[in-house]
Design a protein around this ligand. Structure first.
Ligand code: ADP
Length: 396
């Protein structure tokens, strides 16, 4: 039994993930965790212990209208009940946008919270929920230390040329620039690559974080030098409900000639596009792969096409490639998406080991493949807990 623990909260657009880690010196031991999915539709909670045994499961009826705020207090209570007598040292949060000024994990203060609220327009699907989680904890346990970990932080040192849009400098210096996201996941993966394959970690690697949100990151010696998401989480790849990159001229057309309002366009691009918009069937890759509807097949084709195309762009930023890593829900579980992506990138010298791919093995390329292809499960919760532990031991 450990004496101290850290709780992590990762509030997404329609889900909240949480995890409790026991702290043994600088070791972190996962003890309990889970997820509430389907917030806003039909919420479903599952919580498990470290051996995967279900500790709690609950389904709420569709249409109850329960929102993130309604679950946060309950989740916190549940986590506290499963501390096994350990003292809760602090809570770590995923905060999607840190803007231009926050590029290291930071202890939450009222002024930090205010500054992060100003960034809500840049991440409307996530930032309000991230901040609601911080406020919910503060209201039940006002004295408890809270740490914000930013998804943008890992990309902070991208070269200037990778972080600029070709717009006048006055706007760039106001913060209209490329930030990049999924940084907590990429940081974790960069550390895993270093542990699993130190030679590869020194080289040029593209990491594909393919979940409901999806992006690619170009790692050069473990540092992000370019990525596909930019000012907001809309840019780059086709996602579950987000469009990915779209000609800004198309938005002007929608505004000026289709007379859509800014809110309607926002809803279109964040919630009604991507896999859902193209297929008209689902935003869920597994559902689309199982569907016989030709529109579902079109959506998957577009997803893979754009993924390979954007990988080509990052290849250019890197000036070569030594490794490709798949992670997150689709990347870790869909042999089909990985196979089709590798097929499109075969010209690079990728040879997939079909059998290893079907088994979701750690290495899915053949020994003779010029580029090593890996599947590495991400663990944003552990990365958040690690940062939270570090900020707790740092002088305030
Ligand atoms: P989030 O970005 O919300 O954390 P996840 O990383 O959990 O999302 O990824 C969710 C996506 O992973 C969904 O599109 C889901 O269909 C997909 N996925 C999960 N398991 C599989 C599978 N076995 N085959 C294909 N897709 C899968």
């Amino acid at each position: 039994m450990v004496a101290q623990a850290i709780l992590t909260l990762n509030a997404g657009s329609s889900s909240i993930k949480f995890a409790v880690f026991g702290c043994d010196g600088d070791q972190l031991e996962f003890t309990t965790g889970g997820k509430i999915e389907g917030i806003g539709t039909a919420p479903h909670l599952v919580a498990r212990d470290a051996s995967g045994i279900v500790l709690a499961e609950h389904r709420w009826e569709a249409g109850t209208g329960l929102q993130h705020e309604d679950f946060l207090g309950r989740l916190f209570e549940f986590a506290e009940q499963h501390l096994d007598g350990a003292e809760l040292l602090g809570v770590g949060h995923r905060v999607v946008h840190g803007g231009a000024h926050f590029f290291a994990p930071a202890r939450v203060t009222p002024s930090l919270l205010g500054a992060l609220e100003a960034l809500i327009p840049l991440a409307p699907l996530h930032q309000p929920h991230n901040l609601a989680a911080i406020k919910a904890v503060a209201s039940v346990r006002p004295g408890l230390s809270q740490t914000a970990c930013f998804d943008t932080a890992f990309h902070h040192q991208m070269p200037a040329v990778a972080s600029r849009f070709a717009i006048p400098p006055a706007l760039s210096s106001e913060g209209v620039r490329r930030y990049g996201f999924h940084g907590i996941s990429y940081e974790y993966i960069a550390r895993r690559i270093a542990a699993l394959d130190p030679a590869l970690a020194k080289g040029k690697v593209i990491v594909a974080h393919l979940g409901n949100g999806a992006s690619l990151c170009a790692l050069q010696a473990g540092q992000s030098i370019d990525t596909t998401m930019s000012f907001t989480t809309l840019d780059g790849l086709v996602m579950g409900t987000r469009s990915g990159g779209i000609d800004p001229g198309a938005l002007l057309y929608l505004l000026q000639h289709k007379h859509m309002s800014a809110d309607q366009i926002s809803q279109l691009l964040y919630e009604q596009s991507g896999l859902l918009g193209v297929s008209g069937v689902s935003s869920d890759m597994r559902t689309l792969l199982e569907s016989c509807d030709p529109r579902a097949a079109d959506a998957v084709d577009l997803f893979v096409y754009r993924l390979a195309r954007e990988a080509g762009a990052l290849l250019s930023s890197l000036g070569g490639l030594d490794g490709l890593v798949f992670t997150a829900g689709i990347g870790e579980n869909s042999a089909e998406v990985r196979r089709r992506t590798c097929e499109r990138l075969a010209w690079l010298g990728i040879t997939l080991d079909e059998d290893a791919n079907a088994r979701h093995a750690d290495v899915i390329s053949t020994p003779s493949s010029r580029i090593s292809v890996r599947v590495i499960p991400t663990d944003e919760e552990r990365m958040i807990a690690r940062h939270t532990q570090e900020t707790l031991t740092r002088p305030a």
